[in-house]
Design a protein around this ligand. Structure first.
Ligand SMILES: [Fe+2]
Ligand SMILES: [Zn+2]
Length: 436
């Protein structure tokens, strides 16, 4: 059935219904979907603009009014956006507030507007407008998370050969980052162990190695050089790193270069202890949300203080209080976990939830983390470089004897995601994702 704008207006009663200035129904298609367009006035701020409805979605409704000012501000043309830097090339606030169209036309590819001011013509692709007309931000990195439990992931879905990085670097980095993004971790196998340099060079292919108060790329043996339990040989409970930073590191990398017992026959494998553990924190959060939604809410809402202050001259804590579970309620997905009970400061009274409610929620979380079916235990091996998403995974290790030499480093989350995008998608698609 071919609707006309009169019937659309009639059918779209409700508070989202725009008030129409003049009838200007225009019909075309975005990705094959028929779109109704009309001029409208936003009820809330009285701005004039265009309203859109995708008419084959049931029930269809008029989406947000996209104001003319917004449309002009987001002109995609080569004059308005610097084609080299992708930055906006004009001063938005010199546009007249009441800017409007003198002509609107559409075709298969998109919508063209000739403006009342500056004799400028703008063109908007349908795919650019599509999510905004539904009132949503385009989501640049929507890939599904594949959860894991005590078995870990199958080797075939996490392993990448070191040699691949020298055949086709972009392809190999793309596979590596995509595996970390989807599965939570990945392992590069066959990395040289004679020195830490090949590991460092490999990490730099993903992004800049982050400098912290512990240094940048590290190569250490347990010697208590820094006042942190990570530098000892005691067991470490499951935790995320950098809870005390405003912006915790996104990716962490570990490479066990050697594990020996001084002065005796070289030990091997699990007799020396030091097994590593990984746990899929997003999976654990999912379980918590199912089993105890009220307690999940507590952990997702109560901001907790964290700190790193064991080293002289260092007293780091985040700019704000962040909850243990950062959950995006609009997209219904987990965003980030901060969990290190040793680095936690003092949870304080006075918020929406009581202190004991927080402890109860944290105890439930702790109970889930202790479930055997969730913890993946394995032995780090020389030659295998482990990389994981520190926003999502918790890691730990058992006690060990002997001397372990481990190297590794941190990569910022933003640098990791940028590299993931640019090695997995064509550049034009990346720009669409990022610049809208
Ligand atoms: Fe750690
Ligand atoms: Zn323009």
């Amino acid at each position: 059935m071919r609707l006309n704008s009169q019937s659309i207006r009639h059918m779209s009663a409700g508070k989202k219904t725009p008030q129409f200035a003049k009838g200007a129904g225009i019909w075309t298609s975005a990705k094959g979907a028929p779109v109704a367009i009309d001029q409208a006035i936003n009820q809330a701020d009285k701005s004039r603009g265009l309203a859109f409805a995708i008419t084959n979605e049931k029930p269809y409704r008029w989406g947000e009014v996209l104001p003319y000012f917004w449309l002009r501000d987001n002109c995609r043309c080569g004059t308005c956006i610097n084609q080299d830097t992708r930055q906006r090339n004009f001063d938005t606030f010199e546009l007249p507030e009441d800017i409007g169209p003198v002509r609107i036309t559409t075709n298969e590819a998109g919508l063209e507007i000739e403006w009342s001011h500056g004799s400028h013509i703008s063109f908007y692709r349908w795919d650019f407008l599509e999510s905004y007309m539904k009132g949503a931000r385009p989501e640049p990195d929507d890939v599904p998370f594949v959860y894991f439990g005590s078995e870990g992931h199958a080797n075939s879905s996490i392993e990448i050969e070191y040699a691949e990085f020298f055949k086709d670097e972009t392809h190999a980095v793309g596979r590596l980052t995509d595996r970390i993004k989807r599965n939570g971790y990945a392992v590069v196998i066959g990395v040289p162990t004679e020195s830490a340099k090949p590991t460092e060079d490999l990490l730099r292919k993903i992004g800049p190695i982050r400098e912290t108060h512990y240094g940048g790329f590290y190569d250490f043996t347990a010697d208590m050089k820094y006042a942190d339990t990570a530098y000892t040989n005691i067991p470490l409970a499951l935790h995320t790193d950098n809870t005390y930073f405003t912006d915790p590191s996104g990716v962490q990398a570990f490479h066990l270069l050697s594990h020996t017992v001084a002065g005796s026959v070289k030990g091997s494998g699990s007799d020396l202890g030091g097994q590593s553990s990984l746990l899929d924190g997003f999976y654990a959060a999912h379980i918590m949300k199912e089993e105890a939604p009220d307690l999940f809410e507590v952990l997702a809402n109560v901001g907790v203080p964290y700190h790193a202050s064991g080293n002289k001259g260092i007293a780091i804590s985040p700019d704000e209080l962040y909850p243990v579970l950062e959950y995006n309620t609009e997209r219904n997905i987990m965003h980030r976990i901060r969990w290190n009970n040793d680095d936690r400061g003092v949870v304080f009274p006075g918020g929406k939830y009581s202190i004991m409610q927080w402890y109860k929620a944290a105890a439930k979380w702790r109970e889930i983390l202790a479930r055997k079916e969730l913890v993946y235990w394995f032995q780090l091996k020389p030659g295998n470089l482990l990389l994981f998403n520190n926003y999502r995974l918790l890691h730990g290790r058992s006690a060990f004897v002997g001397i372990r030499r481990i190297c590794g480093g941190y990569i910022n989350y933003d640098d990791f995601i940028s590299r993931w995008r640019n090695t997995n998608y064509p550049r034009d698609q990346v720009l669409k994702q990022v610049t809208g």
